[in-house]
Write a protein that binds this ligand. Structure first.
Ligand code: BJW
Length: 233
């Protein structure tokens, strides 16, 4: 690790699985109970807003009862101890990285804990339900939606992410299936720029062949082990 200074980490639902938050795909995943096109597109929201708002209300409530696990804690420890650049790009809309103490976190698919007003475009911290159409605290319109990125929408802060990838020496992907773009393409972008790449996932992801190294197992074991290696190098 001696020549590593700048690190970009991508996390997905697998890092929060051991905290009791459902993943999206695979056994027991969220999409088995709800077809993705019924809940995670702007078209679905326009067609059946109650269904979509209830789905997100349920998940917003659930995440507030969950706790960070050793994988989130290890990344927070890396964040506080790492002197070089570090960016934890998470696809997750939970706040477990922050609650574990990580600071350098970017939520590319948004967050459960904001409501976004489609009338005035203001985002407000939000912990309650949205299905009853509460008024926007800013403009009073009843036009709040979850501040999450649905299929067909542009993920947040892409320029900042690609900028960090360009400066990185190491790209690490943790707990993501590699099924959803543009995140699934980061490994190829990183490789093309000569960045070393490492996958930490329960099983080989769809993009596993693109990584220089891959370790497979539970995030709660693999991540603390890897962080120890990095911080002691
Ligand atoms: C463990 C573990 C343990 C379990 N330890 N591991 C055709 C080709 C290419 C692209 C497209 C295409 N057609 C359409 C597109 C674009 C589309 C897309 O990718 N579609 C695919 C289905 C093909 N993408 C978009 O529309 C995106 N926008 C976009 O592309 O804009 C244009 C653009 C172009 C160029 C540059 C920039 C922009 C938007 C995508 C939005 C995704 N939104 C969601 C919902 C967010 C809100 C919510 O939470 O409800 O984001 S979908 C869902 O999937 C969520 C996740 O963040 C995302 C990724 O899922 P993730 O995290 O990988 O979870 P899983 O369940 O898939 O995997 C978990 C993994 O963990 C598994 O591998 C397990 O094994 C592992 N695991 N337990 C370690 N204990």
């Amino acid at each position: 690790m001696g020549n590593i200074r700048n690190i970009v980490i991508l996390t997905g639902a697998g890092i929060s699985a051991e905290s009791g938050i459902d993943t999206f795909r695979g056994g027991g995943g969220l999409w088995e109970q709800h077809k993705v096109e019924d809940v995670a597109t702007p078209e679905a929201f326009a067609r059946d807003p109650d269904l979509v708002l209830r789905f997100y209300d349920m998940r917003r409530e659930a995440i507030q009862t969950k706790e960070p696990n050793p994988a989130h804690e290890a990344l927070a420890q890396l964040d506080s101890g790492w002197k070089g650049e570090l960016l934890i790009v998470t696809q997750n809309v939970d706040d477990l990285h922050e609650r574990a103490g990580a600071k350098r976190v970017l939520h590319m698919h948004g967050t459960h804990l904001n409501a976004w007003c489609t009338a005035c475009d203001v985002r407000t911290p939000w912990r309650d339900t949205l299905v009853e159409r509460p008024p926007c605290p800013e403009c009073g319109e009843r036009a709040l939606r979850p501040d999450v990125v649905w299929f067909g929408e542009m993920p947040y802060e892409m320029e900042r992410i690609y900028g960090a990838l360009r400066e990185a020496d190491l790209f690490v992907s943790i707990g993501t299936s590699g099924a959803v773009y543009p995140a699934a393409g980061f490994v190829r972008e990183a490789r093309a720029m000569g960045v070393r790449t490492l996958e930490l996932n329960l099983e080989p992801s769809q993009g596993t062949a693109w990584f220089d190294d891959a370790r497979h197992g539970q995030a709660s074991k693999l991540v603390p082990q890897w962080v120890d290696e990095v911080l002691s190098s």
